[in-house]
Design a protein around this ligand. Structure first.
Ligand SMILES: [Zn+2]
Length: 181
């Protein structure tokens, strides 16, 4: 497993209060495609946000993140009403009847099978290692694409290499560089 990490300073309550418009901007972009939980704008969630070294903000915790293609975000009142986040991205609201759904309500609708389809079977599409030190058989599809680049040969390097070769073979001094061979 390869982990890509960065240092992030966790939000203080002051950060939470002063940076809500930036949080909202990020949540708006994410919610176009994903249903996310535990990162909406409430005092309950502010520790799931942080500040990067460059001063921009980011989310620290994507524990619950589902692709909205699930089609499970409809209200029971009407099959055509698609639930929408409230302005703080905490609960979902039916635009037709106004019924409020918590993230938990929605998550309960997602079956384990659907969750597995969303994540994919990592036991099947990756190396399954059970010991700290283990040899695996390389599966070509898992490996990064290997591109064989034609190595540029440096002319000076080639001459030096040839010189050393001749030196090793004891030919140095007898080689006529103007008339090779
Ligand atoms: Zn409704």
């Amino acid at each position: 497993m390869l982990a890509v990490e960065e240092y992030v300073e966790i939000f203080t309550q002051d950060d939470f209060r002063s940076r809500q418009s930036e949080m909202r901007e990020i949540l708006e972009a994410i919610s176009e495609q994903y249903l996310v939980g535990d990162i909406g704008i409430t005092t309950k969630n502010y520790v799931n946000w942080g500040i990067r070294l460059d001063g921009t903000i980011c989310i620290l915790d994507y524990a619950y993140c589902y692709n909205t293609t699930f089609g499970t975000f409809k209200c029971s009142c009407d099959d055509t009403s698609i639930l929408q986040y409230d302005k703080n991205f905490v609960d979902l609201i039916c635009p037709k009847c106004g019924r409020k759904y918590t993230f938990g309500d929605i998550r309960r609708r997602i079956t384990r099978k659907a969750q597995e389809e969303e994540i994919g079977d990592i036991r099947r599409i990756g190396y399954n290692i059970t010991k700290p030190d283990e040899d695996v058989t390389i599966v070509k599809e898992f490996e990064p694409e290997v591109k064989t680049k034609e190595k540029k040969v440096n002319k000076v390097d080639m001459i030096i290499k040839e010189y050393h070769k001749h030196k090793e073979e004891g030919k140095i001094g007898t080689q006529d560089w103007d008339n090779p061979n």
